[in-house]
Design a protein around this ligand. Sequence first.
Ligand code: GLN
Length: 200
Amino acid sequence: MGNARTAGVLALQGDVPEHLGVLRRLLGSDRAILVDSPKNLEGLQALVLPGGESTTLSELLDATDLRNPIKARARQGMSILATCAGLILIAQRVERSPGGRDPVPMRLLDVTVRRNDYGRQPESFETPLEIDGMEGRAFEASFIRAPRITRTGKSVEILARFDGAPVLVRQANVWGLTFHPELSGDDRLHRSFLRSAGLL
Ligand code: GLN
């Protein structure tokens, strides 16, 4: 039925081709699709919300009528991997940015985030991360004007931290990352996510 055994990438703006490339490599091209309208969500088992610009993405979610169907499918168990701007979109709460227009979050992950909050670091940087449950070498993580997770709810598991804050968290079928795993040339995170979604 529909897109069962398939994963998608929200294709409105941002790091879309990079995530699609990883999904195609891991699942094959016929099981990795672009999602830009509600009908693409039918039967879909997992969805990646890429990094980009969260206010623009939030407006595009409304313009395409994708906001409520994504929320509904995630609540029914569709797996979500949300990175950076994507994480901001699924947070419970986004702290107000000074003078900025902020996105409206979907409240699928019980965290509070503060945008662009690694000010003492260069705007973009890479750092090796130790991730719970990941074997072998550290994961080389790229942070690009990353949000900081400033609060996690009781049901949120913290799988990696950096600079005193969680950077990889999971609440059942919903994964949130403040960094960009699609840029590391290392598929281990996508692999663990797809495995947890029953796709690998
Ligand atoms: N700074 C961006 C925002 O707040 C997120 C950056 C990213 O996704 N790389 O929307």
